[in-house]
Every structure is written in structure tokens, then in C-alpha cells.
Design a protein around this ligand. Structure first.
Ligand code: NAD
Ligand code: TYD
Length: 364
């Protein structure tokens, strides 16, 4: 049991807004939270862009403390009304445009949602917190990415919380902008904020444009597995359930004004990861159109500005808050492949005409 879990009997129920709660990580956290803290109010604010999926939260509709609101984080009156009428004390901010390839095709939406939307939330929360006489137990938690730290070469040490920001894509630059604003709101106004910068996540409810779900689904459909460049780029993979427990730890025991890196110490080259997924599918999927699935691997043109390596040092979170990842990449990938095999009803409808058009643009 970690140090923050030992304090649980003393906790008072919280009243949360979760922005982006219909997306991949947000939805996982909402499920986790409603199950673990059923006495907490959880209000999801989500615009349901292509990446948002109302179905992912449908089983929570009977939960008495859950509410879903379709709305945009750039819409200040909607946010003001929700903060007030729901007497919110905690805002957990996931809503974002989150895919690097889409940010290369069209950066505008990234600046709008990630920078302007985050700013709109910060301003609304500041006014809400100040008019309640600045309660110390309010919290604005911002969920960010390790990509703000830039790209590592092979021998560089992993990113720490003091690594200078060097974002390379429109996505990571827009996330860096929002991180700086959050930091400034603590420094200038004393607003109780925290930030987590997390490495690549994977697991259930992952939208099929990202590497792991895309490969799982393409294997099941017998489509080519597009590996960018030489396939030697490295990512540090974290199972999404471990990201949920990290956010739990920071919300309960994190120090305001601080940033915590979250990562699983699971650095894997892309090509090795694709082979691991093929092996799992060969073992677990009875009717693969192409077997072994490795025959589908296809090297394609590299992503412009492709970051070579990410690696995250989460010692601060582990030593100060007692968080540890519970799942190795081998265990997490197996759980993920099993989930995609069992949940075709969830992912099939996502392969829409919009998705096909996006796919053609990136992989043409
Ligand atoms: P996602 O793309 O799956 O979901 C984003 C959600 O935000 C969707 O439900 C979408 O409808 C919603 N949204 C987008 N624009 C909105 C707007 N203007 N107003 C309201 N809602 C809006 O993203 P994800 O992978 O779940 O990532 C969540 C957060 O975690 C993001 O901030 C991302 O930067 C960060 N993050 C992601 C990863 C990862 O590996 N996926 C890693 C580290 C950090
Ligand atoms: P992705 O899941 O898009 O996450 P990020 O770019 O935020 O790290 O990609 C993970 C890695 O996989 C990244 O190095 C790009 C690579 N990749 C491919 O090789 N092929 C693909 O089709 C995709 C989507 C990603």
C-alpha cells in the first residue's frame, strides 16, 4: 500500500470536472475514479471531437454521481456555469488535440484547444477559486506529456522534471505552452496547480490512430503495418492503468506548484514493439487473415521532425509519493491485445470515413 492510499479513510469527497473524459486516458481515469471513489462527484466536460467517444462512458450513466456534459473548453460561459452549479473543487484537465501526425497536417486546432482552451480553463478556475476565498484544498491538475522535453539521443539520461523544454512538433509545442501557463498561474496567483508529464500510454479505449491500437487493428484486418523510417525510434511505454494511479497519487498527496514525471521504465524500439504485438496476435487471435502477422510489416516514409527517443525518469513520483507502475510492458501488451480481441464492437465503428480519409493522407 502506498503512502497516499494509507490516508484514504480521512479523505473528504471531492467534486471533480474531468475535461476530455471521453478520450482514451480521460475515460480510463473516469472509470477508475468512479469505481474507487463512488462518493465523489465526477462531471465530464468533453466536446466529442473525432477522438471522443460517448460510448466509452455509457456504463456510467446509471452511476448517481456521474454526469456528462458535451462542451468545449474554449467556451468560458459553459465552464463558469459548471464550476458554479456543481461546486467544483478539483479540475483534472485531459482535453487536448493529442496526435502528432494530425498536428503536422493541421496545427490550428492544437493551438486553439491546447493553448487557448487551457488558458480559458485556468482563467475560469482562478475566478472560481478566488471568489470562494482561495481554498487551499482546491486543485487544478494539468495532464501533459514527456514530449515537451524534446528528443533524446541514445546515451542521454532520461528526462527529469528539470530538463529544459525543447518541444519539436506542433503538438508538443502547444502542450508546452499550456504547461507554462499552468506554472505561471501558480507562481503569479498562488493557484493550487499540479502538472504530470507522462510518457506514451497504451491500453483499453485507445483511439486507432496511435501506434499500438493501429497495429492491433491492422493485424486483425490483414492490412499493412506501417513502420515509420527505420523503426529504431524509442518510446517509454506506460500502461494506462498505471497512469490512473499516478494521477490519483498526485491529486491526493502531490505538492501544489510541482510537476511530476510519470513513466514505466519500459523503453522499446518501435520495430521491436510491433514484433511483440505480432507475436501476441499470432498466439491469441484464432482467425488472422495473414499469419504470421510479421508478414504485414511495411517500412514507410518517416514522420517529419520525428523525435528519436523519449525516456522518462519518474524517481520523484516514486520516492516522494510512493507510486510505482504495476504492469510490465509484456503484461500490459498482453492485456491490451486481449482487450482489442474482445471489444471489436468498440473499435469497428471508429474506422469511419473520416478515419479512412485521415489514414489516406498520412500513409499515402
Ligand atoms: P485523446 O485524443 O484520446 O482524447 C482527447 C479528448 O479531449 C477527446 O475526448 C476529445 O473529444 C476531447 N477534446 C478535444 N478538444 C476538446 C475541446 N476543445 N473541448 C473539450 N474537449 C475536447 O487524448 P488522450 O490520449 O486521452 O490524452 C489525454 C491527455 O493526456 C492529453 O492532454 C495528452 O496531451 C496527454 N497525454 C497523452 C499521452 C498518450 O500517450 N496518449 C501521453 C502523455 C500525455
Ligand atoms: P504515436 O503512437 O503516434 O505516439 P507519439 O508520436 O506521440 O510518440 O507513435 C509512437 C511511435 O510509433 C512514434 O515513434 C511514431 C511511430 N509510428 C509508426 O512507426 N507508425 C505509425 O503508423 C504510427 C501511428 C506511429
Amino acid at each position: 500500500m502506498t503512502s497516499f492510499e494509507l490516508n484514504q479513510p480521512l479523505r473528504k469527497p471531492r467534486r471533480l470536472i474531468v475535461t476530455g473524459g471521453a478520450g482514451f486516458i480521460g475515460a480510463n481515469v473516469v472509470h477508475y475514479w468512479c469505481q474507487k471513489y463512488p462518493g465523489d462527484r465526477v462531471v465530464v466536460l468533453d466536446a466529442l471531437t473525432y477522438a471522443g467517444n460517448r460510448q466509452t462512458l455509457a456504463v456510467l450513466d446509471d452511476h448517481p454521481n456521474f454526469r456528462f456534459v458535451k462542451g468545449d473548453i474554449c467556451d468560458r460561459p459553459v465552464i463558469d456555469a459548471l464550476l458554479h452549479e456543481e461546486a467544483i473543487d478539483t479540475l483534472v484537465h485531459f482535453a487536448a488535440e493529442s496526435h502528432v501526425d494530425r498536428s503536422i497536417l493541421g496545427p490550428d486546432a492544437f493551438v486553439r484547444t491546447n493553448v487557448v482552451g487551457s488558458f480559458t480553463l485556468l482563467e475560469a478556475f482562478r475566478q472560481h477559486w478566488q471568489s470562494a476565498d482561495r481554498p487551499a484544498d482546491y486543485r487544478f491538475h494539468h495532464v501533459s506529456t514527456d514530449e515537451v522535453y524534446g528528443s533524446l539521443s541514445h546515451d542521454d539520461p532520461a528526462f527529469t522534471e528539470t530538463t529544459p523544454y525543447t518541444p519539436n512538433s506542433p503538438y508538443s509545442a502547444s502542450k508546452a505552452g499550456s504547461d507554462h501557463l499552468v506554472r505561471a498561474y501558480h507562481h503569479t496567483y498562488g493557484m493550487p496547480t499540479t502538472i504530470t508529464n507522462c510518457s506514451n500510454n497504451y491500453g483499453q479505449y485507445h483511439f486507432p490512430e496511435k501506434l499500438i491500437p493501429l497495429m492491433c487493428i491492422n493485424i486483425l484486418m490483414g492490412k499493412p503495418l506501417p513502420v515509420y523510417g527505420d523503426g529504431q525510434n524509442i518510446r517509454d511505454w506506460l500502461y494506462v492503468g498505471d497512469h490512473c494511479s499516478a494521477i490519483d497519487a498526485v491529486l491526493h498527496s502531490g505538492t501544489v506548484g510541482e510537476t511530476y514525471n510519470v513513466g514505466g521504465n519500459n523503453e522499446v524500439k518501435n520495430i521491436d514493439l510491433v514484433h511483440m504485438l505480432c507475436d501476441l496476435m499470432n498466439e491469441l487471435a484464432p482467425d488472422l487473415p495473414v499469419r504470421p502477422a510479421q508478414e504485414l510489416i511495411t517500412y514507410v516514409k518517416d514522420r517529419p521532425g520525428h523525435d528519436r527517443r523519449y525516456a522518462i525518469n519518474s524517481t520523484k513520483l516514486q520516492t516522494e509519493l510512493g507510486w510505482t507502475p504495476s504492469v510490465t510492458v509484456q503484461q500490459g501488451l498482453r492485456l491490451t491485445v486481449e482487450w482489442f480481441l474482445a471489444n471489436e464492437d468498440w473499435w469497428k465503428p471508429l474506422l469511419s470515413e473520416e478515419y479512412q480519409a485521415y489514414y489516406r493522407k498520412v500513409y499515402a
